[in-house]
Each structure stands twice: as structure tokens, then as C-alpha cells.
Design a protein around this ligand. Sequence first.
Ligand SMILES: [Zn+2]
Length: 169
Amino acid sequence: MPNHENFPSLNESYASSFDKGDLPLPPSKHLTVVTCMDARVEPASQLGINLGEANVIRNAGGSAKDALRSIVISQRLLGTREIAVFHHTGCGMLTFTNESIRDKVKSEAPGDSTVAQAVDDIDFLAFSQVEKSVKDDVNFLKGNPLVLKDTELTGWIYDVATGKVKRVA
Ligand SMILES: [Zn+2]
């Protein structure tokens, strides 16, 4: 059975005790977290963030480059002033390269030049070392002209084996 068939009943139980309907749109902690889509990562519980307190931007790897569009909106329109880059051990981004994922997509559509062109246009932003990826992303944000100068920037690694976080930038 597809998961979505359970959504209505699962949501009914959530909504039955829901009492946060008055929260304002801007995050109350003025915080943005940039993190990975990995199913083991859940910044709300791992960093003690409640509903309404932070913008959490997720993508494969928690790439700050990929998140830039959302970061600009978060800072300029929603008033956030602190960004935490939150990557994790055992990240899937450590397991492939642009070349290997492009080859895979192309091999699944043999001879299709539209697919080949489209996948060649994507930089998948893989990395080979988690700590370096965090530092690179923090430096990217520090040096980006669209990120506000007074932004409080930190970088973190979450350990999927222990549940612990470590600050690395
Ligand atoms: Zn990941």
C-alpha cells in the first residue's frame, strides 16, 4: 500500500491535538538550518527546534549553494539572521561523483540525448569529506554577496550512529 493512503488518518490524529494555529510566519529564533534530506536527520528533534522557530532548508547533502535561493528569502523576507550548516556522517553524497550519477541516468535512458543533456546540466554537488563540506559551505555563505554581512554562521556534523552533534565551523 502506498504511504499516502495513510496520510489522511495519520494527519487526523495530528490535527486533533493541534493548537499552534496562531504562529507567525517569521521564525521566532531568527534561525535558518541548512541540512540534508537524509531520512535519519531530523533537525527539529536533534537541535531542539519547535514549530515556528526556524526555517529548515533541506536538499541532498545540505548544500548551501543549492539552498541559496531559500536563504535569501529566509533572510530578506522572514528576518532570519543566523545560519547553521548541518551535515552528517554516512551521507549519501560521499558515495558518488557527478560523472557516476550522470552515467547512471544516461544508462537508464540509452540514446536519449534530451536526458543526457539535462543531466549534464546538473551539478550534483557531491563531496568526499563531511567536515570539509561543512567548512566549504560556511565559507561559501561567508563570501556570498547575497548573504547578509552580520549573519551568525556556524557549521555542524551530526553523527547518525550516536545522535550527537559536533561543531566544526
Ligand atoms: Zn546526507
